[in-house]
Design a protein. Structure first.
Ligand SMILES: Nc1ncnc2c1ncn2[C@@H]1O[C@H](COP(=O)(O)OP(=O)(O)OP(=O)(O)O)[C@@H](O)[C@H]1O
Length: 296
């Protein structure tokens, strides 16, 4: 599990193309994302949202400025070092899952662990726990072509979370789904991410997304021009009745002892979903037994 640390951008500039004649996609962005915080990035087309997400995630090197994660400046790291960091510290969910079509759901979800060197059996075992937690129990062997769009996005969410990242980056994760399915997937993404203690950064055009995030930043012409904080949801009740399935612990699997309340492995206690009515998007039926849900 990666350390819990803020992710900060300082005076971030990104220019595509030749200096002086290229497009300035980021024109000096300052942003700090706290551990466990969920941040929506909104703004008109071309305002720099995806570029900001890619620079924060170390997918793209900034032209100038810094992105600091765990005491390191991503902008000054080599491409190889950034690739390694992305595998261990970050998770990604894209508009359409980008799952590998030839692999079953459990192997798709297990990929980050396998890439990091976890033996296949252990990796797929952890991935299956995640799939069950996200409501896909029994679908582990299905290939992406045998899943609905919403189910495929849940596999992508499992894949993003399976390695216990410090930050999950999602670029229009519901953009290819109908509104209802999209909101279900968004609820699953925000709640499951919150349960692990990871931060979440979502690029979206959907204003409704703010309901699920603790903060929304608005971009225009490569700059953050405003931000809103979402009022904390009312305190939720403990959600899990007895004898529920156990949430997957990172890599090691569940830590529950028979008969004992189940804590979600080494994670911090989950906090309340910001979704409508404070209900559990992952499904109260799947949240770990004994977990007390409190607002952030
Ligand atoms: N690879 C690239 N090469 C050149 N220019 C690019 C590249 N990627 C993005 N841009 C430009 O950078 C600016 C910001 O693009 P970006 O994709 O970050 O915006 P966005 O807010 O995510 O847009 P959208 O909502 O349409 O996805 C735009 O003017 C875009 O044309």
């Amino acid at each position: 599990m990666t350390s819990r640390t803020p992710l900060t951008a300082h005076t971030l500039v990104k220019t595509y193309g030749a200096a002086g004649t290229g497009t300035t996609a980021l024109a000096g962005v300052d942003l700090s994302i706290a551990p466990g915080e969920s941040v929506a990035i909104m703004g008109p087309s071309g305002s720099g949202k995806t570029t900001l997400l890619h620079c924060l995630a170390g997918v793209l090197p900034a032209t100038s400025g810094q992105v600091i994660w765990a005491g390191q400046d991503l902008s000054s790291m080599s491409e190889g070092a950034r690739t390694g960091l992305r595998r261990t510290d970050f998770g990604f969910v894209f508009q359409s899952g980008q799952l590998l079509p030839e692999l079953p759901a459990d192997e798709n979800a297990a990929l980050p662990l396998m890439l990091a060197g976890t033996p296949r059996a252990q990796a797929t075992d952890t991935a299956r726990r995640w799939l069950a937690y996200l409501g896909l129990g029994g679908m582990e062997s299905r290939r992406p072509g045998e899943l609905s769009g919403g189910q495929a996005q849940r596999v992508a969410i499992a894949r993003a979370l399976v390695g216990s990242p410090g930050v999950v980056f999602a670029d229009e994760p519901t953009g290819a789904l109908d509104q209802q399915t999209g909101h279900e997937v968004l609820g699953v993404l925000t709640e499951a991410t919150r349960a692990t203690g990871a931060a979440l950064v979502i690029v979206t055009h959907d204003p409704g997304v703010a309901r699920w995030c603790s903060r929304t930043v608005h971009m225009r012409d490569g700059r953050i021009v405003s931000e809103d904080r979402t009022p904390a949801a009312p305190a939720a009740q403990p959600v899990a009745p007895a004898a529920q399935p156990v949430a997957p612990a990172p890599q090691a699997g569940p830590t529950a002892q028979p008969g004992a309340p189940v804590a979600p492995g080494p994670w911090p206690a989950p906090t309340a979903p910001y979704g409508p009515n404070g209900t559990s998007a992952v499904g109260g039926s799947n949240l770990p037994d004994g977990v007390t849900v409190v607002p952030r």
